[in-house]
Ligand binder design. Structure first.
Ligand code: ADP
Ligand code: MG
Length: 322
């Protein structure tokens, strides 16, 4: 199969959005933005063995490549419009793998209303994916990392840390407590493989939250980014960080792994600053874990005194080989 057959067979399904005037197949795509809106663009790249385990299912690779990008749109408070997909494919990639990959990609894309409008396909030694998403916001609006104020509460969505435990299930199986049943291990692995971008929550927070970002490189590190951009410190209560029942069971057996939960990556939850006037209970997906205060910029203190390591989390260039 040559490159053109491959694209026609796996990556050319009809665009649905009225704004997309021309999608896959020409030299470039065409988008007619709606009046009164602005566009927002995000790119994230994934390399096999680095950003997902080598045994990850093709459906999951596709889901994750798109979902991590949609998570950036969610964090801006934006609605997805369209995306491009650039693929570096090992030469032995089979049609079965590609069918499952494109099936997984299309399922998420159609569910959230994001049209595939183009990309590039090349041969590569290691499976590499780069997705660029285009989203839409009302003109003049966006939820950025800057803009939080002292006195705002700090809140996170969903549960934190399941994906980092899911990675431990794959990479360090001997660290999994015996009390975690196979179904629990499976649930953690699913949180690693199939992150759910918080799109509707992000959109409903657009005019309500004062700042926000998505949690992709570890809770503490990502809170640090919000603090840096907003020029603040945070006081947080580690015991308030929302954990799934499986993560709680894990911590009962290995309390020292709290570190792994708050510094591991791949959560794809939202971290937001909520002004004091906002009723946090309006957003049942959110849990308040602390507040923003004046102080040394970027510092996170635990409510009971100790300073926490803000700079810990996933660092791509920590190892010289990167
Ligand atoms: P060109 O040489 O003009 O860049 P290509 O042969 O690379 O064109 O691609 C042909 C068409 O297929 C273009 O519209 C391109 O956007 C699209 N395309 C290529 N690879 C992908 C892919 N992985 N997913 C979606 N569309 C793709
Ligand atoms: Mg090309």
């Amino acid at each position: 199969m040559d490159e053109f057959d491959l694209i026609a067979r796996h990556f050319d399904w009809p665009a649905r959005r009225p704004e997309v005037a021309l999608a896959v197949g020409d030299d470039a795509a065409l988008i007619d933005p709606t009046a009164g809106s602005r566009l927002t663009v995000a790119t994230d790249m994934l390399v096999a063995g680095r950003h997902f385990p080598l045994d990850t299912l093709p459906e999951a690779v596709a889901h994750k490549a798109l979902a991590v990008n949609l998570s950036d749109l969610a964090a801006m408070g934006a609605e997805p419009l369209a995306f491009t997909l650039s693929l570096g494919l090992p030469r032995d990639t089979g049609t079965d793998w590609l069918s499952r990959f494109s099936g997984g990609l299309r399922r998420l894309a159609e569910r959230v209303g994001c049209d595939l409008i183009g990309g590039d396909t090349v041969g590569a030694d290691t499976l590499t994916l780069s997705v660029t998403v285009i989203g839409r916001l009302p003109a003049g609006q966006a939820l950025t990392r800057a803009g939080a104020c002292a006195g705002d509460r700090l809140a996170v969505s969903g549960h934190i840390g399941d994906a980092s435990l899911g990675l431990a299930v794959v990479m360090q199986p001997d660290t999994v407590p015996a009390s975690i049943e196979p179904a629990g291990r499976e649930a953690l692995r699913r949180r690693l493989d199939f992150p759910e971008p918080r799109l509707s929550l992000g959109r409903s927070l657009l005019v309500e939250a004062s700042a926000g970002l998505d949690c992709s490189d570890g809770l503490l590190q990502d809170i640090g980014h919000l603090l840096d951009a907003s020029g603040l410190s945070a006081m947080i209560d580690l015991s308030a960080v929302p954990l799934s029942p499986t993560a709680r069971a894990w911590l009962e057996a290995r309390p020292e792994d709290i570190d792994r939960l708050v510094t591991g990556g791949d959560d794809y939850e939202l971290i937001v600053a909520l002004p004091p006037t906002l009723e946090a209970s309006r957003f049942p997906e959110l849990t308040v874990i602390g507040e923003l205060v004046d102080g040394p910029v970027g510092e996170i203190r635990e409510r009971h005194g100790r300073a926490l390591p803000t700079r810990r989390g996933y660092q791509h260039f920590e190892n010289a080989e990167a």
